[in-house]
Design a protein around this ligand. Sequence first.
Ligand SMILES: *Cc1c(COP(=O)(O)O)cnc(C)c1O
Length: 363
Amino acid sequence: MIPFLDLKKINLQYKEEIEVAIARVLESGWYILGNEVASFEEEFAQYCGVKHCIGVANGLDALTLIIRAYGFGPGDEIIVPANTYIASILAISANGATPVLVEPDISTYNINPSLIEEKITERTKAILVVHLYGQSANMDPILEIAKKYNLKVIEDAAQAHGAVYGDKRAGSLGDAAGFSFYPSKNLGALGDGGAITTNDDELAEKLRALRNYGSHEKYKNLFKGVNSRLDEMQAAILRVKLKYLDKDNEKRRQIAKYYLNHIKNEKVILPIIESGNRLSHVWHLFVVRVENRERFQKYLKENGIQTIIHYPIPPHKQKAYEEWKHCSFSISEEIHKTVISLPISPVLALEHAKKIVKVVNKY
Ligand SMILES: *Cc1c(COP(=O)(O)O)cnc(C)c1O
């Protein structure tokens, strides 16, 4: 069986360096918010091209705390793509604000900028863009709308470490961005982790307090904060893996290029790279669309290829969001009904990619 994702193989590439990093933390005697977190924050901010990085416990907290730091809550509306992973929407709900769903573009799977303006009301405070599957959202028109209506632009960059739009990296395209270092992400820890990036000095300072009980200074609490800190051990591991992120993303691009050039089956709709994004897509996932997906998935499995669906149920059809039960988002529904992700990773062997292409073409 060709596994969908071989995390063990990914991490064992850097075994020795990771062991050195873990030993360094063990011997430091300092396990929370120490040198490793501070150094990783500096290195990741520099990598993304922003002034500040604030390490937090996971990607959902990163997004939730950004919204909280801006003070958006009950009565406020935040625009978000209808086909995103549920965490982007949960971050809005967690603050008591209202998520306002906007349909994606059927070819890129990212939010369709031309459908945003009709959803803006006087309660709209922000647009939460998601760089889904590793491709940056179409930022120029989004930033223009945000400027016109004085809205914040928050990036969900959990699938887009290293992605580029124009000459800037994901994480530096809006007012603030949330990253996840969940093990399967392009930059993955050996456990949970997350970060916020921003150029906003004031926001960064507030977030540093919010993640740590609302305290800048021990036992002085300016805000009712939370405990959501990036772990010192995970930060040490992420520092190792950050050095190889561009190389790992390049390997993903090679696999994607091979699939795009060689999969030839009219039943299989290939992903589309928005023009200008050619070098910047980081292929967190390689998502194709097929009618009768269950049959296709079964066929691949019978031929030794493991696949995963990202994602089978649209957020507005989830039990957790019963209030949207009667809403219809036909493009998002079509996407959720037909998407299926083929294996892609920095350690997927070319022979495996070749086999996958052969099997897909024979379907
Ligand atoms: C993974 C992911 C998140 C959440 O990250 P966690 O670290 O698992 O909390 C948020 N948004 C998107 C798009 C993701 O893929």
